[in-house]
Write a protein that binds this ligand. Structure first.
Ligand code: TXA
Ligand code: MG
Length: 320
């Protein structure tokens, strides 16, 4: 029997009973548990096979709850929260003393956001506790943007995926931390850097683990299909290098199809980066299940969400 269900009351019962439920958000599906239940939080790490040094994002129902999660809110964080929440932005702020260490991996900061999905907002409003929710994929794998992706990963591990349809943005939230009250981008994501800078001015991006020990989750290899994946600006030349291989193409806006190409997914024929981002992970999931020899992915234009997608594609294709 499928574990996918729209029954919010069932989700509430499971979460109240310290069990996990996969929840829809506008970015990707999350694997959620009560932040105050050590049992639930340990299960999140076990289920994902996620290392304990990598902290979780706390999901809250509205900006009004923020002061119960964090102890300090810099002025620019207030402006960002009031502008972009509910939405695809996570703030990393000094933690409130009540936030358990297992959520923050022992750090004195906590990551928090208000997701923009009606089903999960309704769920959060009915729960007396916030939800910790990393993306609902095994460590290093592609994030899920449809309930079926989560079911495929975790049908033997969890009892329920709360069905909220396909994730509209389809790529994880943009993470912003603060040093001396100034914002720093830890992870590019579904809220474009340009939108943030239009509001608060120039913001530094430090999204590599080597350059930023405060961003522990930004591994070189991440979000990876099992099929060997190559990222290139010149798909046509790359195809010619693999004459005997069964190739799948992930293209931005135009076709590279020829007799040798088994499958091609074009992310946005309309040249629309938002549409392309929303389809990116679903396309990778689909291509990864076709028993191809290689996937050739086209590099996205280096603007707005194109930069966020290139970040994911680089990590998806990283080979040491
Ligand atoms: O869109 C999203 O953010 C999704 C949905 C479910 O909300 N969640 C998500 O969670 O992507 P996850 O666990 O896959 O990624 C969270 C990232 C990790 O890279 C983690 O290292 C970082 O947030 N993070 C969490 N707490 C942090 C902290 N205190 N300081 C720095 N980075 C933190
Ligand atoms: Mg993740």
């Amino acid at each position: 029997m499928s574990i996918i269900s729209k029954d919010i009351q069932k989700a509430i019962a499971l979460l109240t009973n310290e069990e996990l439920v996969a929840i829809p958000t506008e970015t990707v599906y999350g694997l959620a548990g009560n932040i105050f239940s050590e049992k639930a939080i340990k299960r999140i790490f076990e289920t994902k096979k996620r290392p304990f040094f990598n902290p979780l994002i706390v999901h809250i129902s509205s900006v009004d709850v923020l002061e119960t999660i964090v102890s300090e809110i810099p002025e620019k964080a207030k402006i960002l929260a009031n502008t972009f929440w509910p939405g695809s932005m996570t703030l990393v702020l000094k933690k409130h003393k009540d936030i358990p260490d297992i959520i923050t991996a022992g750090k004195d900061t906590v990551a928090v956001r208000v997701p923009n999905h009606p089903v999960t907002i309704a769920l959060l409003k009915q729960l007396p506790f916030p939800l910790a929710a990393p993306s609902a994929n095994p460590f290093n794998n592609i994030s899920p943007t449809k309930p079926e992706h989560v079911e495929r990963y975790f049908k033997n591990d969890i009892k329920m995926v709360l069905n909220g349809g396909s994730c509209i943005n389809g790529i994880e939230s943009t993470i912003i931390g603060f040093v001396n009250n100034e914002p720093i981008i830890y992870r590019l994501g579904a809220l474009a850097l340009e939108e943030i800078e239009a509001l608060i001015g120039k913001v530094e991006v430090k999204n590599k683990m080597e350059e930023n020990p405060d961003a522990p989750g930004m591994l070189d290899k991440h979000y990876s299909p099992l099929t060997t994946t190559i990222l290139t600006t010149d798909v046509a030349s790359e195809i010619k290098k693999h004459p005997t291989k069964k190739i799948g193409i992930l293209a931005f806006n135009s076709s590279f199809k020829n007799a040798e190409i088994t499958t091609e997914i074009i992310l946005s024929k309309n040249n629309d980066l938002k549409e392309a981002a929303s389809k990116l992970y679903a396309a990778l999931h689909e291509l990864d299940h076709l028993s191809l020899d290689i996937i050739i992915a086209e590099k996205m234009p280096e603007i707005g969400l194109g930069n966020s997608m290139n970040d994911r594609l680089q990590r998806a294709t990283f080979r040491p």
